[in-house]
Write a protein that binds this ligand. Structure first.
Ligand SMILES: Nc1ncnc2c1ncn2[C@@H]1O[C@H](COP(=O)(O)OP(=O)(O)OP(=O)(O)O)[C@@H](O)[C@H]1O
Ligand SMILES: [Mg+2]
Length: 497
């Protein structure tokens, strides 16, 4: 069978960056093609070119043996090519129906027929197996629901080619299963599907073939997955072998540094208490919705706790507001870093330094530019942030590299307690390793670290001790040496009756 979609010698450069260097490969209809590579490898750029959002410097896109040139995403959509992006393209202030049916509003004498709009939207929502109200605003929906609307939008256009850019990074297990069912169904309907993810197990689970990019170059296309395993894939992606994924080494622990006593508030179902010693890394494992992020937010004072106290070095924090909590030596790396964290029109360096600036002022007045440059360069180097310079605007970086910049911002804080919510989400295998190294280094400096992750092997690989949460409370705690996957999962999974 011939390839339905072909990329032929696609090259794309940005000032200072060759994002894609003569990329060629093809995808058959009725198949799912994985696209993998480190942060900044060029995956999203290639999808942007496919969608007409960017035009390539050279090269062409061939669909069903015809060369195609799309000038913008709506031209592509009308021709049956849809991309479900890393970041949502919906208008938050508009309703589900308005977003879903955009470009298809039923009209009469130049007026939109709202009743019909709602009925049509309802039909489409049903087709997706969802049941949300077409009149709610998109901003009130979960990430998974928003994604479903994006997919619904695509399907309204008789889509033949559909690409997913890291669709699962914020979904729960159940939502992922639903999404996979939809993707497999699209395959049955003979769509050509491109699937981008940093979760390699998903690539093996879902894909029929796959392509590896590295630094904008085509490394390999595997026409079937039989000759491929995790180790080979990682090696091709990062260009070297990663032996021990976690690089953990036992480290000294000190006295109790951080204490949470009977904290209770929104998102929890019971009072929560735990302690972390200086030099200790405590992993928090649970399914999405177990209350881990909510717990961190209550500690941080982002959401007001109804009860409980937080102590650092035996000192009680009175009046928990984020400002006060930071001043008492605790910082939170939030999960939704891109939405909450980035200042797109500022440089990489400014984004790294912005929150620790107050510690670096000269005579409390002037910015210490030299020091800021040093810090920025250190993190660009440590976390291998792919950017032409520290002066690049952060919005020009790839999604994963933006994550790294925000991470660097928090890691450069001079505090005693780090609350990290999914610090490796959306980050490639090589850089994850660098982040683990920074966490160990913080522990060696005597900090206390709460490390939230939804990936069990990662929690088991990095933490000294693991606290397990389920349905808004702590249900267990195991030491690293004694932890087994079965035991932790049996505590984390909902009790079946
Ligand atoms: N608009 C832009 N201006 C300048 N550089 C850009 C722009 N868009 C992307 N780049 C650069 O092109 C390269 C490829 O980025 P791309 O977003 O395609 O990576 P990616 O493989 O999707 O990475 P990730 O896994 O982090 O999402 C990166 O070095 C990025 O900084
Ligand atoms: Mg990307």
């Amino acid at each position: 069978m011939n390839d339905y979609l072909k990329f032929e010698n696609i090259t794309k450069t940005f000032p200072g960056v060759k994002a894609l260097d003569s990329i060629s490969f093809g995808i058959k209809s009725g198949s799912i093609h994985g696209l993998v590579g480190e942060n900044g490898a060029g995956k999203s750029t290639l999808l942007h070119i496919l969608s007409g959002a960017y035009s390539p410097n050279t090269g062409k896109i061939v669909i069903d043996n015809n060369e195609k040139k799309f000038n913008n995403p709506s031209e592509a959509l009308n021709a049956g090519v849809a991309i479900i992006y890393q970041e949502s393209n919906l208008v938050p202030e508009m309703t589900v129906a308005e977003n879903l049916m955009i470009g298809h509003y039923p009209q009469k004498n130049g007026f939109i027929v709202y009743k019909e709009l709602i009925t049509k939207a309802e039909e489409q929502i049903k087709l997706l197996g969802e049941d949300f109200n077409p009149n709610v605003k998109v901003k009130d929906l979960s990430i998974a629901q928003r994604q479903m609307i994006e997919i619904g939008k695509a399907l309204l256009h008789n889509t033949r080619i559909i690409a997913f850019d890291e669709p699962t990074s914020s979904l729960s297990e159940r939502e992922i299963k639903r999404l996979f069912a939809i993707i497999r169904n699209l395959k049955e309907q003979q769509c050509a599907i491109i699937y981008v993810s940093h979760r390699l197990e998903e690539i093996f689970d879902l894909c029929d073939s796959c392509t590896i990019l590295r630094d904008g170059k085509h490394i390999n296309t595997f026409e079937c997955m039989n000759n491929l395993n995790n180790e080979i894939l990682v090696k091709k992606m990062v260009g070297r072998k990663i032996k021990d994924k976690y690089g953990y080494e036992p480290h000294e622990k000190g006295e109790t540094l951080f204490k949470v006593k009977d904290i209770y508030g929104p998102g929890l179902s019971d009072k929560v208490s735990f302690e972390i010693n200086s030099g200790e890394i405590v992993g928090f494992f649970g399914l999405v919705g177990a209350g881990r992020s909510e717990l961190l937010r209550l500690i941080y004072g982002d959401v007001k706790a109804e009860e409980g106290v937080v102590l650092v070095n035996n000192k009680t924090i009175n009046n928990s507001t984020p400002k006060n909590v930071i001043e008492n030596g605790i910082c939170l790396l939030p999960e939704e870093r891109i939405d909450e964290g980035i200042i797109g029109v500022r440089s990489v360096s400014e984004n790294i330094n912005i929150s620790s600036r107050r510690n670096m002022l000269i005579a409390n007045l002037f910015l210490n530019e030299k020091e800021e440059e040093k810090v920025a360069d250190k993190f660009i180097d440590d976390l291998k942030i792919r950017t032409p310079s520290r002066e690049q605007l952060i919005r020009n970086l790839s999604g994963g590299n933006q994550q790294k910049v925000i991470l660097a911002r928090w890691l450069s804080e001079k505090v005693d307690v780090f609350l990290m919510d999914e610090p490796t989400k959306g980050i490639d295998v090589g850089a994850k390793f660098e982040i683990y190294k920074i966490i160990y280094q913080l522990a060696n400096e005597g900090k206390a670290i709460a490390f939230v992750s939804s990936e069990l092997p990662e929690v088991m690989g990095v933490a000294d001790r693991i606290i397990i949460m389920r349905s808004g409370k702590i249900v267990g705690c195991v030491k690293r040496e004694e932890a087994t996957e079965e035991q932790i999962l049996s505590m984390a999974l909902p009790v079946s009756r």
